[in-house]
Design a protein around this ligand. Structure first.
Ligand SMILES: Cc1ncc(COP(=O)(O)O)c(C=O)c1O
Length: 437
């Protein structure tokens, strides 16, 4: 097949400049470990774990074999009023990784679905508790919670919202946590814990008993890696406790070792009431997501329903798909056997030092990072985002994949990376950024 604009036109690509891409496509045709290969034969180092998914690297045979075996044995099982063994096993494996108390897992197929599921669980929980007046949700500017109507409503990235007027009412956004005085901070910034008080102000403005839940990414990921200021998450937790508001951590990017711990909740020592997760749950090999919830939430919803009745009227045809479960079980086994999260923790200081070495470039206006996740802000060019888009392309043709959001590069190598991979990422970044006039 020749990859020309004519043959590519049928697929309307997501979050893509379709016209530009189809004129000069960048197709990935093969993956192995830390690398991809493009359709022209070029070898591409993966500097962003694809889209923060491939924690154990690409095309792991253990996952491929587990998926194949599952497909031959039991390719699909309806998840409503029926089940299959792997989903129960995977749920148990997941709760071994989540913080104590988050003991129940609801499966979905994407981060966006996980977020919408968490919204509905919060609504169901408060209805079951007789607090159905809690209909407001709080999130944050610069947040990314996916693209379904719920997640779009919670999101605070302007381009993802401005065209879509029909989003959920009753959502208020706290200020984001990027502060000028924190520029070039490695790890958690010193300043900004006070920004959590926005939640307290909303409680005072709207009435504390009208707010159901506060959603945050512990480290805001897609906007370009904003680690939480010291004390910020603790303060959110305290305000939620004071007013009976649920705290939800969206760990679609942070989960499964990105911070060096299974979840960012453990890295920062703050336990939420729910965690949404996806991406590295299956190492990105098969779409899957999940919401882990505290026992009180599960028990309250389940016990409020009449005996014999379905308790939560929510679920997807592909919730806990057997093939996704097989991939998830195989991925989690690799993480445990190879100490993948521990490798991330060990490599993180070296990774951050190396990435922060780019700060001497004039074009770099800020760098932030935590664990194996870093954001590098580039001085915008003619229009916001134009330079970032060009740099992402230039990097690709030089053999490096880094995901850009606007003018920010988000570096997040697979957690199996070694120092030499980090060196290579930073070398190609420096060479490419230095060439920009
Ligand atoms: C924090 C967060 N939540 C939700 C999502 C949405 O996930 P998906 O694209 O799988 O729907 C993402 C995707 O990057 C994310 O980073």
């Amino acid at each position: 097949m020749h990859y020309t604009a004519n043959t590519l036109e049928s697929h309307w690509m997501p979050f893509t400049n379709n016209r530009d891409f189809k004129a000069n496509p960048r197709l990935l045709v093969k993956g192995d470990g830390m690398y991809y290969w493009d359709h022209k034969g070029g070898k591409i180092l993966d500097g962003s774990s694809a889209l923060f998914c491939s924690a154990a690297g690409h095309c792991r045979p253990e996952i491929a074999e587990a998926v194949y075996k599952q497909l031959k044995e039991n390719d699909y099982a309806p998840p409503f009023q029926l089940g299959h063994p792997a989903s129960f096993e995977l749920a148990q494996k997941v709760i071994r990784l989540t913080p104590d108390g988050l003991d129940h897992v609801f499966f979905a197929n994407s981060g966006s679905e996980a977020v919408d599921t968490a919204l509905k669980i919060a609504m169901a929980y408060f209805r079951a508790k007789g607090e159905g007046q809690r209909t407001r949700f709080v999130s944050r500017e610069r947040a990314y919670h996916g693209v379904n109507i719920g997640g779009t409503s919670l999101s605070g990235m302007v381009k993802n919202r401005e065209v879509f007027s029909g989003i959920m009412p009753g959502v208020v956004l706290m200020r984001h946590t990027w502060l000028e005085e924190n520029r070039f901070t490695k790890g958690q910034p010193e300043h900004g814990a006070y920004l959590a008080d926005d939640l307290e102000r909303f409680a005072q403005t709207y009435g504390p008993a009208t707010i159901a839940a506060c959603f945050v990414e512990p480290i805001a990921g897609s906007t370009g890696c904003l680690p939480p200021p010291k004390g910020y998450l603790e303060r959110l937790r305290a305000i939620c406790d004071k007013h009976g508001i649920l705290l939800v951590f969206d760990e679609v990017i942070c989960g499964f070792g990105r911070t060096g711990k299974p979840f960012a909740a453990q890295a920062f020592g703050v336990t939420p009431d729910m965690i949404t997760m996806a991406k590295a749950l299956t190492n990105g090999a098969v779409p899957m997501a999940a919401v882990a919830v505290k026992d009180d939430i599960y028990s309250t919803v389940v016990n409020a329903a009449p005996e014999g009745a379905i308790e939560l009227f929510h679920g997807y045809t592909y919730s806990a798909h057997p093939v996704a479960c097989a991939a998830g079980l195989a991925a989690l086994a690799i993480y445990e056997k190879e100490g993948v999260f521990e490798n991330a923790a060990k490599l993180a200081p070296y990774f951050l030092d190396k990435v922060f070495s780019l700060r001497d470039l004039d074009i770099v206006t800020d760098i932030r990072g935590y664990g194996l996740l870093a954001g590098v802000d580039i001085k915008p060019g003619k229009a916001p985002g134009a330079r970032g888009t060009q740099i992402q392309k230039d990097l690709f043709w030089k053999g490096l994949h880094v995901k850009f959001t606007g003018d920010t590069g988000i570096i997040a190598p697979p957690l199996i990376a070694k120092r030499e991979h980090v060196d290579e990422i930073v070398r190609i970044m420096r060479e490419t950024l230095s060439a920009i006039k």
